[in-house]
Design a protein around this ligand. Structure first.
Ligand code: NAI
Ligand code: 13P
Length: 337
């Protein structure tokens, strides 16, 4: 089996390292030829994962045709809002029976589609050939070989099990799931909730506030996922609460860090500049998740507040007052949080 990871940012590079460490012959596609040359020469990707030594059997290429031709496994590691355009360029070079794995945690703003839906439409492959890899996987920690688990979701369980073996290393432990919807909604919404946690920490609030946002964020995630067709238990797992805890708590999270800048009073432009070109998916997905919630008539007040702060100029302090000023209610309604 030959794998290609399309996108050499922090998570693409770390995932290519996992595959290589698991013994899978892997190529890492980079947009820039100069970066591919540097990775091949130095076995590091200093732009995204400084100080990490990549396996010597991992090779990089900036040539799309060369990278994709004959690849059995194609891992899509570009940001959510750029997946459609990138895939259109990759499409002519994809093998008919290749498995496509999505790493992106977002909802397309122009269509409200999940990433697996974008892949199915643009690459014209059946959903059984598309998988999603998601979970509490901060790239730097995985690249350092710190123990972590992940979820590989595919409607075709035998394909998920095959992928599970391809990604299984002594430090990275994949679990299978067939609930692609729940996994994708979990991954997209947790970035929005991490922005909210970052804002709270930037303001100076402590652990009670953090735990409240994570828990009520999980309730929003469960409501949306259930409405779209996901299973509740998925969100009690790595793709839900697992990823929320990791992302909402860690200073390594780009979304949490972005939110913290806003909470400290930075403008959107200043927070964007501080991200040094790395993607904080929740900034765009807060708009598409809010729209998806409206489409399914699901209440997501935290997500709406994050969207208003990011895109309507609502001050963080006003978002806090408006969330706390809402009508009081029971914790659980008709079986759902
Ligand atoms: N970094 C992390 O810890 C994790 C990230 N993810 C998800 O993986 C996806 C990719 O994230 P990262 O690798 O961390 O992002 P990144 O910002 O570190 O890198 C993005 C990569 O995509 C490439 N790219 C191709 N077309 C692009 C375009 N039009 N605009 C911008 N970049 C383009 C860039 O050159 C770069 O190699 C995101 O959806 C993210 O939410 C998921 C789990 C962990
Ligand atoms: O998805 C992630 C961890 O699972 C990474 O989160 P950030 O994109 O916020 O860094």
């Amino acid at each position: 089996m030959r794998a290609v990871v399309m996108g050499a940012g922090s998570w693409g590079t770390a995932t290519a390292k996992v595959l290589s460490d698991a013994g899978t012959d892997t190529t890492l596609w980079c947009r820039r030829e100069e970066l591919a040359d540097r990775i091949n020469e130095s076995h590091t990707n200093a732009d995204y994962l400084a100080g990490i030594t990549l396996p010597s059997n991992l090779t990089a290429s900036s040539d799309i045709a060369h990278a994709l031709t004959g690849a059995d496994l194609v891992v899509c590691a570009v940001p959510a809002q750029s997946l459609r355009d990138n895939l259109s360029d990759w499409r002519p070079h994809l093998s008919d029976d290749a498995t496509l794995v999505s790493l992106a945690k977002g909802i397309e703003t122009s269509t409200l589609m999940r990433m697996s839906e974008v892949i199915a439409e643009v690459a014209e492959v059946p959903s059984e050939q598309i998988a999603v890899l998601t979970g509490p996987n901060l790239a730097r920690e995985v690249a350092e070989g710190q123990p972590a688990a992940t979820v590989i979701a595919c409607t075709d369980l035998s394909r998920a099990e095959q992928l599970q073996q391809m990604f299984n290393t002594g430090y990275f432990r994949p679990y299978t799931n067939t609930d692609v919807i729940g996994c994708e909604i979990g991954g997209a919404v947790k970035n929005v909730i991490a922005l909210a946690c970052g804002m709270a920490s930037g303001v100076g609030f402590g652990q009670n506030t953090l735990a409240t946002i994570i828990t009520r964020g999980l309730a929003e995630t469960i409501r949306l996922s259930s409405a779209v067709g996901g299973q509740i238990e998925t969100l009690a797992g790595l793709a839900g609460i697992g990823d929320l805890v990791a992302t909402c708590s860690s200073p390594l999270s780009r979304n949490r860090t972005f939110g913290a800048h806003l909470g400290q009073g930075a403008t959107m432009e200043e927070a964007q500049a501080a991200a040094s070109g790395q993607v904080a998916e929740g900034v765009k997905s807060c708009t598409s998740v809010t729209a998806l919630a409206e489409k399914y008539q699901v209440s997501m007040p935290l997500t709406e507040a994050v969207n208003s702060v990011c895109h309507d100029g609502l001050p963080v302090a006003d978002a806090v007052s408006s969330l706390l000023g809402r009508k009081t209610k029971p914790e659980f309604r008709s079986g759902h949080a």
